[in-house]
Design a protein. Structure first.
Lengths: 330, 265
């Protein structure tokens, strides 16, 4: 067991390969109908977005409310590339990631001068502007949405139904989570955190604040772009501007906040919980937004570090007690 | 000379916070900076570490680099580290992360290696962590490594900030009131640790301090600021008897004639 642990520590991707293998068997073993595969794909898309949002908001502390705009850019890059050039998933995915990264730069530039609620307002405007631009542009088929975006196929095998597309979204999710883990556990993650805590002190400690802020925005934009492309190609392959409103943004925020801002698992736990709850409470759709708003407020009030921080705390106190023999009183 | 300023000035509106200060400090010296509140000591630190831009005509040189208009993170890269009067602790990070973030300028790997997550990265990260744990146990905080920095007591916070500033192995360390708010016993302990660190890493130190005993006992030389100007410089004994210094702290000595005039107005 010890040896296994040290191997995982040196080569973390092995853990992700194991996770991949386990998840690959889930549809055939656990799922009873196609809808559950569809739901799983939605969870994976949300995990990718939330993991990206956790980088910029949880770790770097930049309050961005325009992330759903970047998600839309990813989706619509994929959609328009198919519509006008007939490109398939394997071409649109990398292009969507790159295009969204540029939009991430644009979204990040205000963060040089704005902070907290002011930055939130600026990015909210940015995200809404992107949606309105799509909604009112004939180029993007405005409110008709883009339909019949094809599912990807690999070596003659077409991932054309939800239980097949599951493998695509799952693979992308595993890769994205792996990248977010390696980034956040390295010195880069620490630099992000110091900027969140105190930018002036971070600068005095040798961290290039502007560079790391824009880096956080680019990284999270790339995550959103990948998620957007996966979402666009998801069967039945239909995207509409109404999928990218502020309401979706609130859902993404609720994921990150509930999972734990600045916790490495934060976005992932939150995305799983919120997506499932969202689906189960569909009959109560009138109250869903109320519930998510309340979730954000209550989590920040009573569990500021989210579920992730809550679990961490428990183990930490155990370890501290073992080490020093005293109870901690906080 | 490791740090040299010429005609260093900074004004906020009409107020000249720092007015044409020439300052020099050779390697391995411990320099104390004293002066009444508002005399420009902290502004001087902020100018040297690049947090404020100095006014035109100023010149700052550190270790052979002209750093007059260099942004703070590059100055830190040259080996200048500082602490803040208000600590600026990373409250929501663990103690060990606080110290490791001070290591930033010495992190050996590149960003893309970190993204891919190669084995070499984790080896280096572990080496950094071990080194920083050593530093933490040196200042006596090893047991608290995994706690949040906000859970430490005031004295422990001062030690943590010191450890974080040392983590980059600076050539010059500038301490802004390291002992503020500590009890006399803790002050002695802190100064002992600072002296040990100086020996261990071969530091040059600049210390702003209001506790004159600390300054007089530990510093090789003292600079006195008042109203943004350098009014005296020399060994602690010289400075103690300097008329300008006594005037800045206690007021002017008047003869009878002057006293009568002052009271009549």
């Amino acid at each position: 067991m010890e040896k296994f642990k040290s191997i995982i520590r040196d080569y973390p991707f092995i853990a992700f390969i194991i996770a991949f293998v386990i998840l690959a068997f889930v549809p055939s073993v656990v799922f009873t109908d196609v809808y559950q595969s569809h739901l799983a794909t939605l969870i994976f898309v949300n995990i990718v977005v939330a993991a990206g949002l956790n980088i910029v908001k949880g770790y770097c502390g930049q309050v961005t409310v325009g992330h759903v705009g970047l998600f839309a850019v990813g989706s619509y890059t994929a959609g328009t590339l198919f519509l006008y050039l007939g490109l398939g998933f394997w071409a649109t995915l990398p292009i969507a990631i790159i295009v969204t990264a540029f939009f991430g730069v644009a979204m990040g530039i205000p963060s040089f001068r704005l902070e907290g609620p002011y930055l939130a307002l600026a990015t909210l405007g940015g995200g809404e502007a992107i949606r309105l631009f799509i909604e009112n542009g004939n180029f993007f088929r405005s409110t008709f949405g883009i339909s019949d975006i094809p599912t990807p196929s690999l070596m003659g095998y077409n991932f054309d139904s939800p239980d097949r597309y599951y493998f695509i979204s799952m693979t992308i999710m595993i890769i994205a989570v792996y990248f977010s883990f390696s980034i956040l556990r390295s010195g880069v993650g620490r630099a992000f955190m110091s900027i969140r805590e105190d930018p002036i002190c971070a600068a005095a400690a040798g961290i290039n604040v502007k560079k790391y802020k824009i880096l956080a925005f680019i990284l999270s934009a790339m995550f959103a772009g990948a998620a957007g492309a996966v979402y666009a190609h998801m069967p039945p392959g239909y995207i509409h501007p109404n999928n990218y409103t502020v309401i979706e943004m609130v859902t993404f925020l609720a994921m990150v906040v509930l999972g734990g801002l600045g916790h490495i698992w934060g976005g992932i736990i939150g995305a799983i919980v919120i997506t499932i709850v969202y689906d189960l409470t569909r009959p109560l759709y009138k109250y869903q937004l109320l519930i998510f708003g309340l979730t954000i407020v209550l989590t920040i009030l009573f569990m500021p570090k989210g579920l992730g921080g809550f679990i961490d705390r428990y183990f930490l106190e155990k370890r501290f007690k073992k080490k020093t023999g005293t109870e901690k009183t906080t | 000379m490791i740090l040299k300023t010429k005609q260093l000035s900074k004004s906020f509106g009409g107020l000249k916070a720092i007015n044409k200060v020439d300052f020099e400090i050779p390697k391995n010296e411990i320099r104390g900076i004293i002066g009444p509140n508002g005399s420009g000591k902290s502004t001087f630190f902020n100018l040297v570490s690049g947090i404020y831009d100095s006014d035109p005509g100023s010149y700052i040189e550190f270790d052979g680099h002209d750093i007059t208009y260099t942004p703070p993170h590059e100055i830190a890269g040259y080996g200048l580290s500082r602490t803040f009067q208000l600590l600026r602790l990373y409250q929501d990070m663990t103690v060990i992360d606080n110290v490791m973030s001070g290591y930033h300028t010495r992190v050996p790997y590149k960003f893309f290696d970190a993204v891919i997550g190669r084995k070499k990265i984790w080896d280096q990260e572990r080496a950094i962590k071990e080194e920083m744990m050593e530093l933490l146990s040196f200042v006596g905080l090893a047991d608290y490594a995994e706690l949040n920095a906000s859970e430490l007591s005031g004295g422990q916070r001062r030690l943590l900030v010191l450890a974080r500033a040392i983590a980059m192995k600076p050539k010059l360390l500038m301490l802004d009131e390291p002992a503020a708010g500590l009890s006399p016993v803790n002050v002695d302990n802190l100064m002992k640790i600072i002296m040990q660190l100086k020996e261990k890493y071969g530091l040059t130190l600049i210390i702003i301090e209001h506790i004159l005993k600390v300054v007089m006992d530990t510093c090789n030389s003292v600079t006195v600021f008042d109203h943004g100007q350098k009014i005296a410089e020399g060994t602690p004994a010289q400075v103690k008897d300097d008329n300008a210094v006594i005037e800045a702290y206690l007021g002017k000595k008047m003869d009878d004639e002057e006293m009568r005039k002052a009271l009549a107005v």
